[in-house]
Design a protein around this ligand. Structure first.
Ligand SMILES: NC(=O)c1ccc[n+]([C@@H]2O[C@H](COP(=O)([O-])OP(=O)(O)OC[C@H]3O[C@@H](n4cnc5c(N)ncnc54)[C@H](OP(=O)(O)O)[C@@H]3O)[C@@H](O)[C@H]2O)c1
Length: 219
């Protein structure tokens, strides 16, 4: 049976792009504060891609999916999780939150806990299997369905089995998921995104990403 992926905040740029790509190999449940908005978005995306994409409330997407992806703005996440935390207990939770400086998106503003991912782990009191990933892939690239994806995704977690499962899901997107170590290393991935935003502005475009050189190809 295909894996089910719930995307909390799935109506946004990143959630929609991921749903478009994952819908080909997984059962995607797109979440929103408004189930109606989620259903509308899911119908549009399923029609555009032919993928398996349905809409639901954020809570339903979190409760019923094998893997839950948080695609919320950093400023909204803590409050949203007050409601969703019980549904996330025991689940693999993929966090891509980038804590950008609100007044300067070309700069990171890491929270006191060290990183957005570590803060999430503390907020969920270790009850979910947190995997940090997907910080450095742009929504614009995910949305361009006609163009194959290329690039690496740094995947960090203290839970090796959860990390391996998320790497497989990332490979299914057409990207190369790389084991980038423990969850604390998410600080690097979160900090890299404003660098890519700056590079986009400096050199033009919205598609800057990363590739790690010097390692053998994955088999
Ligand atoms: N965009 C990118 O290229 C990109 C790249 C890498 C990483 N990221 C990270 O991925 C995450 C999602 O980015 P995004 O650009 O997709 O975000 P976004 O479009 O700004 O927001 C995503 C969704 O979050 C929900 N939301 C917004 N404000 C909320 C609030 N106050 N409370 C609860 N839900 C709220 C909305 O869904 P509903 O209104 O339907 O509930 C919205 O569609 C962010 O943490 C970002 O740092 C983004």
């Amino acid at each position: 049976m295909p894996v089910s992926v719930g995307i909390v905040g799935g109506t946004g740029a990143q959630g929609r792009g991921l749903a478009l790509r994952w819908g080909a190999t997984a059962e995607v449940l797109l979440g929103s504060r408004s189930p109606q908005r989620a259903v509308r978005s899911a119908e549009e995306l399923a029609a555009a891609s032919g993928g398996s994409i349905r809409g639901a409330s954020n809570r339903e997407a979190a409760r019923t999916s094998d893997v839950v992806v948080l695609a919320l703005p950093y400023a909204a996440r803590e409050r949203a999780l007050e409601e969703l935390a019980p549904a996330l207990a025991g689940k693999i939770v993929v966090d891509m939150t980038v804590p950008l400086d609100p007044s300067r998106p070309t700069a990171v503003r890491l929270p006191r806990g060290g990183s957005a991912a570590l803060e999430l782990q503390a907020q969920l009191c270790g009850r979910a299997r947190i995997v940090a990933a997907l910080h450095n892939i742009s929504a614009a690239r995910l949305a361009a369905l006609a163009e194959p994806l290329r690039g690496d995704v740094l995947v960090c977690s203290d839970d090796e089995a959860a990390k391996a499962r998320v790497i497989d899901l990332i490979d299914a997107l057409g990207l190369r998921g790389l084991d980038a170590g423990p969850l604390v290393n998410a600080i690097a991935a979160e900090s890299l995104t404003p660098v890519l935003i700056h590079i986009n502005r400096r050199y033009g475009g919205s598609n800057a990403g990363i590739e790690i050189v010097g390692i053998p190809a994955k088999t």
